[in-house]
Design a protein around this ligand. Structure first.
Ligand code: ACM
Ligand code: ZN
Length: 768
């Protein structure tokens, strides 16, 4: 009796505890659920399920047992306890994986009750994505890579029916332009699965590095994987290496590394697609085996940008095909994917025009042009690839001169290639630059690391739809999906690679997974905040660019005022600013409407979150100097593409790091020679000329500047000069040329800025 009553009391206590905690934890609302990509159907019910050290993962089918790690690993790391795996259900407190063969591939149904969780799917990826959804129903601490001190491991009771809109949801990593270690690739695979993405396309070959061991051709990695280290210079300003120069910068994956990557990817539902480029983007192969090119001459692996690409494979020689077939003989067994990507983009075929081997081939095969010779090349490779039981993917250039009979087209130069290929009955993967090129800037350039000079913000990625309304039903069936491409010319480090991928990949994942009618940018911007917390816990170097303040500034020359509109990509952000250069703190002013400036201001502005600066600080000075809005006469004309307006140099507004921003005036090879008419005799003592350098874009700092004064506009005398010797500069930067002199009365100021025989970009010319 006594024993019984203790037992009774204890169970009453447990019951109360249970009731108490479930009452507290059942207070979930829709706004607590922040899953990305958004599930296609979700119903929130009362109550919640709590994970603890006794929770079991019940998986009866041996084929799915390794999936337990998807949820057990995060608990082990973040919560510090192990979830045990069982093959039979206990009385309660478990997740059970149940096969429902009626469900389409990759779909899952998730039913969370206070007692247990049921996850149904018909395949590996379906179960995987159900588990990833459970992770995202848990608090963000679950994504922590180390044990967190406190968290409630509770998920709301929900009923979810979910599955992808598109079956190809991918990311391409360019591991050629910069090599990334195996460990980073493995981490990226985890993160693809977290975002419910299922393809990893590895761009293993390009001019600047061959990145996979081929046993039959050891020089591909002995020579082709290394280049002369010129990382201290801008990518597009690197010199051509001398033959025989020491090449030390690079790396490659051994076949064992690849096996490890592929095997790991399989545990995360990710298919790895190798890309072996041809006929262009292969200088690394030609540097290793020069006979592969038309001329057969030795070349070096280039250290940076090459354009146009004329050192390409020779399709006139049988030995080129022998080489490629042998390479594929080693590639194909390494990658279980049904696809291999054979490149096909951006070949400049001038050498084919004059190569006797190529000309002989053209004649013998009855081809009309070098375009048809490329088509011959790709068709022949496809035949080989198909004979090995695989499908070939190629970039959309493979449409030119005739598509290989079964090729899948990766459409990158817009949607047109994909449209055309699908009309011809071919499968298509959409990767148009305008939505999918993650090497583009995602925020205002002044607060971003250097990137390819184009703009792809988060909101634009979110708008990606690989299917066009103008397609027929038949065409639509051929659109497999889409992927993001991360070219790495400007990305030397894995932390930088992360910065470019996250959070844009969240937008991509929702664009490709969630049905179009459920896309809602405003709702996404709310959920992305939780995703940021998860990235934070996971140690991902994600970009907060969507919170960077952008300024639309304009000048009204009539009433001599500058108008400043501030905004962020994420709507309804709390923006605050100062006008006197002071730090952004709790005293900063809240932005509510456009700011009108009528005197010099040093503007700082930023988004605020919880009363603190969040994201990049916008900083710009607006100068109402003595030459502001005065007449400028050009003795040398700026280049026609960079003329801006007659007042650009004296409008009080400085150009940004984006040389395309319309605020710069550019002179190609000419000096700048201008005269500013101050309107009346004015005391002046200083002239400042702002300049931009971006050597990769061919823009260089001036080599010097001189100022001259005149009272009558006829007789000038020099008052100051500065010099600036040229220097290597890998990035983009501003330089101010300050010309100071003893104060003097003058009406006319002449400024001559000398050009190092390149482009010079100038703004603003300030007179004090
Ligand atoms: C490409 O961006 N050249 C496929
Ligand atoms: Zn040739």
């Amino acid at each position: 009796m006594k024993i019984k009553s203790i037992f009774y009391l204890a169970s009453l206590f447990l019951l109360l505890l249970g009731a108490c905690s479930s009452e507290k934890e059942s207070n979930f609302s829709e706004s607590d659920i922040n899953i990305i990509p958004k599930p296609n159907a979700l119903k929130l019910n009362n109550g919640s399920f709590t994970f603890d050290a006794q929770t079991q993962i019940v998986i009866a089918d041996a084929a799915y047992q390794e999936l337990a790690g998807v949820i057990a690993e995060p608990f082990k790391q973040a919560a510090g306890f192990d979830l045990t795996v069982a093959s039979e259900k206990p009385a309660s407190n478990y997740i059970v994986l149940e096969i429902d063969s009626q469900l389409p591939a990759e779909n899952y149904n998730l039913d969370v009750t206070s007692d247990h969780i049921t996850l149904a799917a018909s395949d590996f990826n379906g179960f995987l994505y159900g588990l990833e959804t459970i992770i995202q129903l848990l608090p963000p601490q679950i994504n922590s890579t180390s044990k967190v001190s406190s968290a409630n491991w509770v998920v709301p009771n929900v009923s979810i029916q979910d599955g992808p809109q598109f079956k190809w949801r991918g990311l391409m990593l360019d591991v050629s332009r910069h090599f990334f270690k195996k460990e980073y690739v493995l981490k990226t695979i985890d993160r693809l699965a977290f975002h419910k993405l299922n393809k990893l396309h590895l761009h293993l070959v390009d001019d600047q590095g061959w990145r996979i061991e081929i046993k039959k051709y050891p020089k591909l990695t002995e020579i082709g994987a290394y280049r002369v280290d010129q990382e201290d210079a801008a990518w597009n300003a690197r010199r051509k290496p001398e033959l025989g120069e020491k090449a030390t910068f690079g790396g490659f994956y051994t076949q064992e590394d690849i096996k490890e990557i592929v095997a790991y990817a399989q545990t995360k539902g990710v298919e790895v697609i190798p890309e072996i480029e041809m006929p262009a983007h292969v200088m690394s192969a030609i540097a290793s085996y020069p006979e592969l090119s038309c001329k057969g001459e030795p070349i070096m692996v280039p250290s940076g940008g090459v354009w146009p690409i004329t050192d390409i494979f020779c399709p006139g020689k049988e030995t080129t095909f022998e080489f490629l077939e042998n390479v594929f003989d080693e590639i194909i067994p390494l990658f279980p994917s049904q696809y291999v990507h054979a490149g096909g983009d951006e070949a400049t075929k001038t050498n084919w025009e004059t190569c006797p081997h190529c000309q002989k081939r053209i004649k013998e095969e009855g081809l009309e042009s070098v375009e048809e010779l490329q088509s011959y090349f790709m068709k022949r490779m496809e035949k080989y690839i198909v004979s090995k039981g695989k499908k070939m993917i190629g970039w959309d250039e493979i449409l030119e001169g005739g598509l290989a009979p079964e090729a899948t087209v990766m459409s990158w130069r817009g949607f047109e290639g994909g449209w055309e290929a699908s009309e011809q009955g071919h499968d298509v993967i959409m990767t148009p630059t305008s939505y999918c090129y993650f090497d583009y800037y995602q925020g205002p350039q002044d607060s971003e690391p250097e990137a390819f000079n184009a703009y792809l913000p988060l909101s634009r990625v979110y708008q990606f739809n690989p299917v066009l309304d103008s397609m027929s039903a038949e065409q639509k069936k051929h659109i497999l999906g889409g992927q993001a491409n991360l070219w790495s010319e400007f990305i030397p480090k894995s932390s930088h690679s992360e910065y470019m991928i996250y959070p844009r990949i969240s937008a991509l994942s929702e664009a490709l997974w969630t049905n179009s009618d459920k896309h809602d940018w405003l709702d996404f911007t709310k959920r992305i905040q939780t995703q940021f917390e998860r990235y934070e816990y996971a140690g991902i170097n994600y970009a907060k660019s969507a919170y960077a303040v952008m300024a639309e500034d304009s000048v009204n020359m009539d009433d001599k005022k500058i108008i400043l509109e501030l905004k962020t990509e994420i709507p309804n952000t709390d923006i605050r600013y100062t006008l006197d250069g002071s730090e952004l703190d709790e005293n900063a002013q809240k932005y509510t409407s456009p700011i009108v400036l009528s005197e010099t201001a040093n503007v700082k502005a930023a988004a605020y979150k919880d009363n603190k600066v969040y994201g990049a600080v916008f900083q710009q000075s607006y100068n109402f100097h003595k030459a502001f809005s005065k007449q400028v006469t050009y003795n040398t004309e700026p280049h026609k593409n960079y003329t801006a307006t007659p007042y650009t140099l004296v409008d009080g507004i400085n150009g940004s790091l984006d040389f395309h921003d319309g605020k710069w005036q550019g002179w190609l090879r000419d000096d700048m020679n201008i005269v500013i008419d101050l309107g009346e005799a004015t005391e002046v003592s200083e002239v400042n000329v702002g300049s931009l350098e971006s050597q990769g874009s061919g823009i260089y700092f001036p080599t010097g500047a001189k100022a001259f004064l005149s009272v009558d506009g006829k007789e000038y005398h020099e008052v100051a000069s500065v010099e600036n010797p040229a220097q290597k500069n890998p990035g983009r930067s501003f330089k101010n040329f300050k010309l100071a002199f003893d104060a003097e009365q003058a009406r006319y100021v002449k400024v001559i800025v000398s050009n190092p025989d390149q482009f010079i970009f100038l703004d603003e010319v300030q007179v004090k």
